[in-house]
Write a protein that binds this ligand. Structure first.
Ligand SMILES: N[C@@H](CCC(=O)N[C@@H](CS)C(=O)NCC(=O)O)C(=O)O
Length: 350
């Protein structure tokens, strides 16, 4: 009798323990779906997005304050996914120097501002990069009149205009130091000051990401008098950044960007997205919310991705509208899909 009772107590205890584990597991999964940033975004009814102070093609405001660009579109995608409306974004223009503090201090919730993903930025200062929306590299622009055709012609004492608080500054130092060429940095916090200084002839060359050179060239008084040299001296994978510590928000931003890229891969765009609901390709059906429950993983409804595609478009549409059709960089280069010879490749939405 005692033996039987002992056995039941033992069974009971292990059952209680099992339930406790199950309970802890389920609350943990529920907790994992909670995002303070998402909650606050819903309360506020807008996404707080940090952008540049004006970089055509990436993040640029017109006279009426309407922001456009591929970086702007990432924030619009998140607004479409989380608030149902791509226009519900408040943009905060930030200099390169200010951008990370604005994110870590909680002034913005997404930094989408031609920002290079590096180890120290990702691991060291409370930030998390969620992906790459433009593969770039650093280059140099010179006046055609200088006759310089290659960076190998740079001489001792070359004066170089660039932006403060950027990878550009560091690569510039590595570049000249490793070649034993003395140089004179002419550095400003505001990009417009850099452009103005270079335009006024205060430096021999202007260095930044090649996309930036192409964009800023349009602001020079005589764009055709300048040329971007062929060499690319660094890797600049540019992408959106979030604060460390809210993994659900991080996932929302990551998969909003991925949705735009994968939609292009599957030929889903802003005009055919609704029709794609009846596609016989399950991968396409998932992308437009007609199959699976992908949104539930972030605590979103099932049409979060359909709204992104309908309201913002796929990556190709965004690139065309902002970068190609504006004449900044008509060719996609490495920013072409992996299926078309480029390196744009995102994990599958399933
Ligand atoms: N990708 C580099 C450079 C970023 C950067 O600040 N580039 C300048 C020159 S293209 C810029 O954004 N200018 C526009 C602005 O400051 O508004 C980085 O992350 O450090």
């Amino acid at each position: 009798m005692r033996k039987i009772m002992f056995k039941t107590i033992k069974q009971l205890t292990s059952m209680v323990a099992m339930f406790a584990v199950l309970f802890a597991f389920s609350t943990e999964t529920m907790a994992a779906k909670k995002s303070k940033t998402l909650e606050n975004t819903k309360k506020r009814q807008f996404v707080r997005c940090g952008v540049s102070q004006g970089l055509p093609g990436f993040s640029n405001a017109d006279e009426s304050g309407n922001w456009t660009g591929i970086d702007v579109d990432v924030c619009r995608a998140v607004a479409a996914a989380t608030l149902g409306d791509a226009t519900k974004v408040k943009f905060t223009p930030l200099s390169a120097k200010e951008r990370f503090t604005a994110l870590t201090s909680g002034e913005i919730d997404i930094l989408s501002r031609n920002t290079t993903w590096t180890l120290s930025r990702d691991a060291d200062i409370g930030l998390t990069f969620v992906g790459v929306n433009f593969y770039d590299g650093q280059g140099f622009m010179v006046r055609k009149g200088s006759g310089i055709k290659s960076t190998s012609e740079f001489k001792n004492g070359t004066s170089v205009c660039t932006n403060l608080g950027t990878t550009t500054e560091l690569n510039m130092r590595d570049f000249f130091d490793s070649r034993g060429i003395s140089y004179e940095p002419v550095v400003f916090e505001k990009a417009d000051e850099v452009v103005a200084a270079y335009d006024a002839g205060r430096c021999d060359t202007y260095t930044t990401d090649k996309s930036g050179l192409a964009a800023q060239r349009t602001k020079l008084s005589a764009p055709d008098d300048h040329v971007v040299l062929p060499e690319t001296i660094s890797k600049e994978p540019l992408g959106p950044v979030v604060r460390q510590g809210d993994s659900v928000w991080e996932d929302i931003v990551r998969w909003s960007l991925n949705t735009m890229i994968e939609a292009e891969e599957y030929g889903v765009n802003s005009s055919n997205a609704d029709m794609m609901k009846t596609s016989n390709n399950p991968a396409i059906k998932r992308l437009v919310g007609a199959e699976g429950e992908l949104g539930a993983a972030f605590g979103l409804d099932n049409e979060w991705n359909l709204r992104i595609i309908k309201q913002v478009g796929n990556y190709g549409e965004s690139y065309k509208r902002n970068i190609a059709d504006t004449g900044i960089l008509p060719d996609r280069g490495p920013n072409e899909l992996w299926t078309k010879g480029g390196i744009l490749y995102v994990p599958p939405a399933r």
